[in-house]
Design a protein around this ligand. Structure first.
Ligand SMILES: C[S@@+](CC[C@H](N)C(=O)[O-])C[C@H]1O[C@@H](n2cnc3c(N)ncnc32)[C@H](O)[C@@H]1O
Length: 309
């Protein structure tokens, strides 16, 4: 008998899969079961053109060959950089911690520009950078900032948050957890695949300064978080499994380690696509411990910022 939580977990993971076609090792283990059929139906509802969920090789979550040539990735990057996001621009003006666009766009070329069905959108990098800077503004002098990210993927957000610590002239660490290993050579469904397989460490080699403040952990978030022994989390970005249950479980772990002024950021707060994240954000808001602000960058991409009262 398969539990409801298990079903939620799998369907959520399949939805993340649909964003990038290849991703989680967990799906491989479960895809033969009937609950995955529910996940397939869900993907087909969101992506009617996608007849079959992708086949996943546990040793190569993004496939076993480059998915496009360099010119294709460059074209996608150019198109993504040209898109306008007025709501994000006005948010960033309010937060008042602009991040150098060339720096972010170059990072995005290697870590965000992938072959996927939904439009590329890396605006969360600007938001994360500004929010970490804001949080640091109110931190006690000399206080080390602890940032937790669940769902590293290629490391884009972890690098943006580490950059914020460096630009603020502060010390701190970004701890980031993913099922995908850090030191295994794989294809990443990005432009770098044209140079051959890389480890994440190699993919992120140009960002040495930022890497110094990032701790990469591999494993299921639930298991890893309980091994960490953290007593305080000033800022968290919860972006791993997108089921309500998993998001709330990670939220509870973080909330138990936060004080007034601390922040949690959620990506994919998008109704109809990631209902679990939306439901979790609403529940957190109703709980009253956090005030929640919703931001939309595009029709299919929303975020939430939860601030501890
Ligand atoms: C949406 S991506 C993260 C994107 C990344 N935060 C960024 O902004 O570039 C989600 C990631 O979560 C990971 N993931 C999903 N479920 C997980 C779980 N239960 N434990 C650890 N990682 C998980 C996936 O492998 C995937 O890389």
């Amino acid at each position: 008998m398969v539990g409801r939580a298990h079903l939620n977990n799998v369907t959520c993971n399949l939805a993340i899969q649909a964003k990038e076609l290849h991703s989680l090792n967990t799906i491989l283990m479960l895809r033969r079961s009937r609950i995955v059929k529910a996940g397939k139906r869900r993907i087909q509802r969101f992506f009617p053109g996608l007849k079959k969920p992708p086949k996943i090789d546990p040793d190569c979550p993004f496939g076993n060959a480059p998915r496009a040539d360099r010119a294709t990735y460059l074209k996608l990057h150019e198109e993504a950089c040209a898109r306008k996001y007025p709501e994000i621009d006005s948010c960033l003006e309010r937060f008042n911690f602009p991040l150098d666009r060339d720096w972010l766009q170059n990072l995005a070329l290697h870590t965000q520009v992938v072959i996927k069905y939904s439009p590329l959108n890396f605006q969360h990098g600007y938001l994360l950078y500004a929010l970490v800077r804001k949080r640091l503004e109110n931190a006690n002098p000399g206080e080390n900032l602890t940032i937790l990210e669940t769902g590293t993927a290629r490391g884009f957000s972890a690098i943006c948050m580490a950059r914020a610590i460096l630009d603020a002239g502060r010390t701190g660490r970004v701890i980031t957890v993913d099922l995908i290993p850090h030191n295994k050579s794989i294809y990443w469904n990005c432009i770098d695949d044209n140079d051959g397989k890389k480890t994440r460490q190699e993919l992120l080699h140009p960002w040495q300064e930022e890497l110094e403040s990032i701790i990469f952990l591999q494993g299921e978030t639930r298991a890893k978080l309980n091994q960490l022994g953290l007593s305080r989390i000033h800022f968290a970005f919860l972006d791993a499994c997108h089921t309500e249950e998993e998001v709330l479980s990670e939220f509870r772990y973080v909330a138990a380690r936060q004080n007034p002024g601390d922040l949690i950021f959620f990506d994919d707060v998008t109704e109809g696509l990631f209902d679990g994240v939306v439901a979790a954000a609403k529940k957190i808001q109703r709980g009253g411990e956090y005030s929640v602000e919703y931001i939309v960058s595009a029709e299919n991409r929303g975020y939430a910022i939860a601030a501890r009262s």
